[in-house]
Design a protein around this ligand. Sequence first.
Ligand code: ZN
Ligand code: ZN
Length: 341
Amino acid sequence: MKTIVLKQPGQFITEDRDEPGQPGAGEAIVRVERIGICGTDQHAFRGTHPIVTYPRVLGHELGVRLVDVGGHGTVTCGLRPGDSCAVEPYLHCGHCVACRAGKTNCCTQLAVLGVHVDGGMCKYLKVPAAKLHKSSLLSVDQLALVETLGIGAHAVQRADVQPGENVMVIGAGPIGLGAIQFAQAAGARVIVLDVNEHRLRFAHEKLPGIKTIRSVAPDLSNLKDMTDNQLPTAVFDATGNAASMTTAFGYVAAGGRLVFVGLIKADITFSDADLHRKEMSLLASRNAPSSEFPRIISMIESGQIDTTPWITHRSSFDEFAEQFPSWLDPATQVVKAMIAV
Ligand SMILES: [Zn+2]
Ligand SMILES: [Zn+2]
């Protein structure tokens, strides 16, 4: 089967690889229908991803159809051939301290499809059946968005956002957009901070009800004016930018939470006096645990989460390698590119 391989940074090649064999007990064979492209893929292509090794088959945002499950799988996992599913690409060990606590997203042995191990840029893929989350209502486009939405969903879950709360999301890229949508779904009033005019305009047009600030570091008095003189009680940094993450401590209200959603391989410093004075909670949010996937699917099904703003670019499988480099140019203003396989 035709498989797109990132042979080395900057070079996709097409290989003819064997289709996966019969599924064993607990395994499933799926037909990949849609592949979402995100910053992880861009970093891998540029050679700037801290984990990806080469050659690697990318593809971790997958909308698939079930072909077959191994053993007596259809009875035990409730899946039937033809079912449309989102793939949870985080392969966890099931017995480490994090897995035992249900935090499969930060398993000590975590292997992510398309990052640590080969992903879905091919026609057929073998995955653990437990990593498939089906929906009879969503399109394969929507199912391929579930993983990326999960990042924002989990961040909002981490902060336990409450109705009526003032929250701020820093960074209006795809991860920030997800955080905005789930914070709004939780009933929060959302302020979005970004330096990029196009991103802010996109967020403002597509996600009604948000307030936007275009600035590197907004004036605190301005922020207080927008939050009944309180500052935001939950702040999400979705930039992965060290300067932004450092500044973010200053925006959090007393007793509030700061959630680092974006990540960076760097040291972040902060004033302990400020942290203590506000008794601030600093939280990291990584991926999303298995339990989030059915919740996200049902929120899309019920219309609480609207996926219509998301897909801005499309490509066929055959044209992907040619198209991809153009999406690295910010001028193309990609939010989410979707590949039809
Ligand atoms: Zn992604
Ligand atoms: Zn584990």
